[in-house]
Design a protein. Sequence first.
Lengths: 104, 378
Amino acid sequence: MTRFFPMRKSTKFFFFITICTLLQAALIQDIGRSQANSRAITAANAELVHRLMLTDLCLFTEARYTRNPSLTDIHSAFQDHPLAMDHFPSGSLVAPPDFSNEAP
Amino acid sequence: MNRPLERHRNIVDFALSSLLRRKGKNISLLLVYTLIVFIIASIIFFVQALKREAGLVLKEAPDMVVQRLVAGRHDPIPVAFAEKIAAIRGVSSVTPRLWGYYYDAAIGANYTIMATDNNPPEPESIIIGSGVARVRRLAKGDMMTFRAYDGGINLFEVQDILPYASELMAADMVIMDRSDFRTLFNFPDGVATDLSVTVRNPRELTTIAAKIVRQFPDTRPILKSEILRTYNSIFDWRGGMLVVVLGVAVLAFIIFAWDKATGLSAEERKEIGILKSIGWETSDVLLLKFWEGAVISLSAFLFGVILAYGHVFFFSASLFEQALKGWAVLYPRFKLTPAADPYQLAVLFFLTVIPYTVTTIIPSWRAATIDPDAAMRS
């Protein structure tokens, strides 16, 4: 192909950058479309949360304070000993909840 | 053709040829650079999508949950508290919640057992999350055994399985009738796990919470705003492993930039000397080095972001799965709805592309301003 239509390196590079940029633009476009498509699923999940009165996402099921971080004991992270580090690997992933403005 | 444009094209041609002359070094540089952008962009996409999902879905969470604390630990709360809380002005309803955890010794997984009055399953039947169905290989109509508080075996029929799309909320959920829940755990009548409080005006939540604590000092109200904030702070960039991953990526990038900024190789210095001796201006040399840096950094940025998008939204962030799983046997399989913050992507662009390009120019400027003869001999 390039034998018949010799292309400069700079032209190839700009083609490459244009394709990548268009691909990124298409992905950003895809965000809006996917969000519109998933509206029904999100509504069904919100209805489930309302019906079962759920308070947390099911992200980490290994321990009660990682399963329901918003309802956890205030001092769970060091519950056994002040110097005892967290038992569970997800403890290093999850930051403690912010209770700084908690109602008295 | 436009002369300045033609000049840039010529210099880009030369820059690409120059990069291809050191193919091995530059391809490995591009790969490492792309990997760093990929990791940071994956984290940005994952966290953004998860926060969005949590915000949308947990909007329907109870206005307030009231727990009872005994010796600093969560304890069952008397249902009698509910009537007194319901009498507080502004409270529209108080519903006792019955829920708890069950450890399944057969597979080592933890389930969340929840009893509900709202559309409950038949007695001695359960509705299970699709995560439970997956790990226990259960289908509708199968029987599932639970070890009761006294060691006896309780049999429940699987009445229904929650849809796959609800895994992020209820993968580990076992829903049963309230009487079955009390029988399974010997949970006394007259107490509940906690209370869900609905108020008429959300602005009064803190006042009502203060009244509840005044009336029942051993209780702890948790407001909906705190529940929502938890998910913002959990995946905050300052928290836990995220800061470690981001730190490592940023450090790798600094090493990169440092390597570039601390000087040129003898070969590159010689190249600049030759270019100057055949008539290139210092500005031409700087433009050449700018384009060399821009080709690498722009390609890495575009590639890295596209790969990160595919990783998080088409492959469900499979590289993060092991880190998120921890010791959990039952892990939800969820597909996140794409979400991206253009502001964060712009920050990523300015933090990766611009500094790298600048650090490529500085040592070249130093080499380009000395005598070509000295540059070639050095």
